[in-house]
Write a protein that binds this ligand. Structure first.
Ligand code: 5GP
Ligand code: ZN
Length: 115
């Protein structure tokens, strides 16, 4: 755990958060500032700053995060109309929390390209 990391603190139970699912590898958290009717974050328990730090040994975890995104989207009733899965990486992409996470957004029409 990284002491000053918001997501590590939520995972450790040191900071409140609406966790809707958790297991040995990740937690699923409702975003505190939702950008769509459904906005959840898939967050690995292991601290990793960004996708740039994902190694070959993390490939199974990354795949599991994506499969969990699809499962959660289905549970949230988004599977039919669609949803978006996003990983912001680095400053120009708008990453604000430097603990790898995947956004699942849905419940409204999405534009392309993203801003
Ligand atoms: P990023 O900008 O790094 O891709 O995404 C970080 C996300 O974390 C943002 O959507 C932001 O609203 C969310 N966030 C930041 N702090 C907290 C928090 O304390 N609790 C929860 N649930 N979400 C947070
Ligand atoms: Zn962390």
């Amino acid at each position: 755990m990284e002491e000053h990391c918001i997501f590590c603190q939520i995972i450790a139970g040191q900071r409140p958060g609406e966790i809707i699912h958790q297991d040995d590898r990740l937690i699923v958290l409702r975003d505190i500032n939702p950008q769509a009717p459904t906005h959840v974050l898939i967050i690995p328990r292991e601290h990793m700053e960004s996708l740039n730090d994902a190694a070959q040994s993390d490939e199974a975890l990354l795949g599991y995060m994506l499969r969990t995104a699809a499962k959660v989207a289905n549970q949230e009733g988004l599977a039919e109309n669609g949803y978006r899965v996003v990983i912001n990486t680095g400053p120009q992409a708008g990453q604000s929390v430097y603990h790898l996470h995947l956004h699942v957004l849905g419940g409204r029409p999405m534009r392309w390209p993203p801003g």
